[in-house]
Design a protein around this ligand. Sequence first.
Ligand code: C5P
Ligand code: MG
Length: 159
Amino acid sequence: MTEVRTGLGWDTHRLAWGLDLILGGVRVPSERGQLGHSDADVLSHAITDALLGAAALGDIGMLFPDTDPQWKGADSAVFLAEAVRRVRAAGFTIVNVDSTVILEKPKLKDYRLTIREALAKTVGIDIDRVSVKFKTAEGVGPVGELRSSEAQAIVTIAR
Ligand code: C5P
Ligand code: MG
């Protein structure tokens, strides 16, 4: 019988002027970018945790501690690809990924397809199984005040 599981992921990063904004491995033109030990790709981090969570394999910080100089400025696609490898090694196939990025600006919808394509490639599934949604925080709280970004992800896996 097929065993179906879901996993949940969430992440947040502080925003700062003049940094690259990387989402799902794609560099999006922006006045502000995300601050972090790695490339601070909030979306890839949330999806990485969702995958690890679905297979009960821990979390991103267990695999890639932000105290480890090896991961300074790291491409988060490496983290995501490693989570995919571990989930597959446990015998699972990845059914779908759904996600939401909460960012006040810039508008991201023109980058949806590029981000979905990049994520589909890293996760190794068809693009029609990868969803990326965008929301503002309506000017409220740290996200609304342009101080931070957030991402949420949910994945389904089966074996
Ligand atoms: O947050 P709000 O409901 O106003 O977002 C409306 C739409 O604007 C979203 O459904 C999304 O398509 C788009 N959006 C965007 N980039 C953002 C935030 C929202 O493209 N940073
Ligand atoms: Mg992160």
